[in-house]
Design a protein around this ligand. Structure first.
Ligand SMILES: Nc1ncnc2c1ncn2[C@@H]1O[C@H](COP(=O)(O)OP(=O)(O)OP(=O)(O)O)[C@@H](O)[C@H]1O
Ligand SMILES: [Mg+2]
Length: 363
C-alpha cells in the first residue's frame, strides 16, 4: 500500500502528516554524529531517541550513524541549519526527513515486511520550498527525495535494530505559504471551505526559522510578479537572544531549539550555577519587538506594491511566536492570524499531493 503524506522540511523542524491521521508530528531539524551511547535509563518513547544509520543514494555520505531530533538537542556536537544552507540540497534535512518517513512507517504498523527483516514503506509525498528557492531548486529537490532509501534504527527504544526501506514514488513540490492557504481554503475532501481565500487575492507572510515568504495568491494560483521571499526568519532573532543572554549571564543555550521551546512555553526564568535565577523576558521582548517591526515593514511594502491584496495572513511558527509583538507594531493595519500556524504548510502539502494525483487544482 502506498501512503500519501505531506512533509514540511523546515529549517527548524520537519513536520509530517499522513493521509487518514489527523495529527501531524514533528522532529526538530537537528542532528549529531552517532556513536554507541551509554544508556542509564531507556527513553520512554522511540521519538525521544532516534539513533539511525542511513543509506541513501542522495546523501554525500552513505551508511553514517546519526542522532536525530530530540536526541541531538542537548548534544555538544549538534548541528542546526544556518541561513547559508539550502534546504533543497541539505544532507541534514534529508537525513531528518528520511528518519521521519521511516519512523512513521514503523509506528503506523502498516510497513510491509519484505525479504528477511527489512520492513518496507512506500510514499507519495507533497512537500515545498521557499518562494526564492522554488524556481531554481524544485527539480533537484524532487530528484533527491525520489527513489529508495534505507533507515536502520539502532539504540532507539521499541525500534531497536529495525531496518526500513523507504520508497518515495512521487513527490509534488509546492511553495511555502501558498500550500498553507490551500489548506485554509479547502476541506479534507478538497471541496471549497473558504470562498474568500479560494477566489480572492490574498497576501501571505509566512515566518519560518530562516526564511520569510510572501507569496501572493490569486484564485489559488501563485502570482509570479508579486510573490517574494526574504532570507530572514525568527532564528535570526533567537540567535541574537542566545548571544545577549550569554553576554549578560554567561549562560549558553545548547541549541536554538532549546530557547524556542522555552519561549513557546513562556518559561523565561533560567537557572544559573549556585542557585541563581534570572529572568530573560526583557531580552526576548527587545529582540522580538525588533523582529515584529521588521516584519510589519515588509508586509506594508508588499501591500503597497500590490494594492489588489484583499487581506494578509501572517502564518508559520514565527507568527505564533511574534503575534502579540506584530499586532502591536501593526497599529491600525488589519492582519490575520490562525491557530496551529506552524502546521498549515504540512497540511497543505498533503492536500496538494492529493489534488495533483487527481489532477484537479493548480497549486
Ligand atoms: N507558539 C510558538 N511560540 C513561540 N515560538 C514558536 C511557536 N511555534 C513555533 N515557534 C518557533 O518558530 C520558529 C519557526 O517555526 P517553523 O516551524 O515555522 O519553522 P520551519 O518551517 O522549520 O523553518 P523554515 O520555514 O525557515 O524552513 C521555530 O523556531 C519554532 O520553535
Ligand atoms: Mg517553514
Amino acid at each position: 500500500m502506498i501512503k500519501l503524506a505531506g512533509i514540511d522540511i523546515g529549517n527548524d523542524s520537519i513536520k509530517l502528516v499522513v493521509d487518514g491521521s489527523k495529527e501531524p508530528f514533528m522532529i526538530p531539524n537537528i542532528i549529531a554524529p552517532g556513536y554507541e551511547r551509554h544508556i542509564l535509563q531507556e527513553e520512554d518513547s522511540a521519538w525521544k531517541a532516534l539513533d539511525v544509520v542511513i543509506y541513501s543514494p542522495s546523501l554525500s555520505q552513505r551508511n553514517q550513524r546519526y542522532f536525530v531530533g530530540q536526541l541531538a538537542l542537548e548534544h555538544e556536537d549538534n548541528l542546526e541549519l544556518e541561513d547559508t544552507d539550502n534546504k533543497a540540497l541539505s544532507d541534514q534535512s534529508l537525513i531528518v526527513a528520511l528518519t521521519a518517513l521511516a519512523y512513521q512507517g514503523l509506528v503506523s504498523q502498516t510497513a510491509a515486511s519484505g525479504y528477511g527483516q527489512t520492513d518496507e514503506v512506500e510514499y507519495t509525498i507533497g512537500t515545498g520550498l521557499p518562494v526564492r528557492a522554488f524556481a531554481k531548486y524544485h527539480q533537484p529537490f524532487e530528484q533527491r527525495l525520489l527513489g529508495e532509501h534505507e533507515v536502520t534504527f539502532l539504540s532507539t527504544p521499541q525500534l531497536r535494530n529495525r531496518k526500513v526501506k523507504v520508497i518515495v514514488r512521487k513527490a509534488a513540490i509546492s511553495i511555502e505559504g501558498a500550500a498553507a492557504m490551500f489548506h485554509l481554503a479547502t476541506h479534507d475532501s478538497l471541496q471549497v471551505k473558504d470562498e474568500e481565500i479560494y477566489s480572492g487575492i490574498i497576501g501571505v507572510c509566512e515566518i519560518g526559522a530562516l526564511t520569510t515568504d510572501f507569496p501572493v495568491i490569486k484564485r489559488m494560483a501563485i502570482d509570479n510578479h508579486f510573490s517574494h521571499g526574504e532570507q530572514i526568519g525568527i532564528a535570526t532573532y533567537l540567535d541574537a537572544i542566545i548571544r545577549d543572554v550569554e553576554d549578560a549571564y554567561g549562560y549558553v543555550f545548547p541549541s536554538r531549539a532549546k530557547l524556542a521551546a522555552r519561549v513557546k512555553n513562556r518559561q523565561y526564568t533560567i537557572q544559573l550555577p549556585g542557585e541563581g535565577q534570572v529572568d530573560i523576558r526583557a531580552i526576548v521582548d527587545q529582540h522580538f519587538r525588533r523582529a515584529a517591526v521588521r516584519m510589519v515593514e515588509m508586509i506594508k511594502k508588499r501591500w503597497r506594491k500590490c494594492p489588489d491584496i484583499q487581506c494578509f495572513y501572517v502564518i508559520g511558527g514565527g507568527a505564533a511566536a511574534l503575534k502579540p509583538y506584530i499586532l502591536d507594531a501593526a497599529g491600525p493595519m488589519k492582519l490575520r492570524f490562525t491557530n496551529d500556524s506552524e502546521f498549515l504548510n504540512v497540511q497543505g502539502y498533503l492536500k496538494v499531493a492529493k489534488s495533483r494525483l487527481n489532477q484537479a487544482v493548480p497549486v
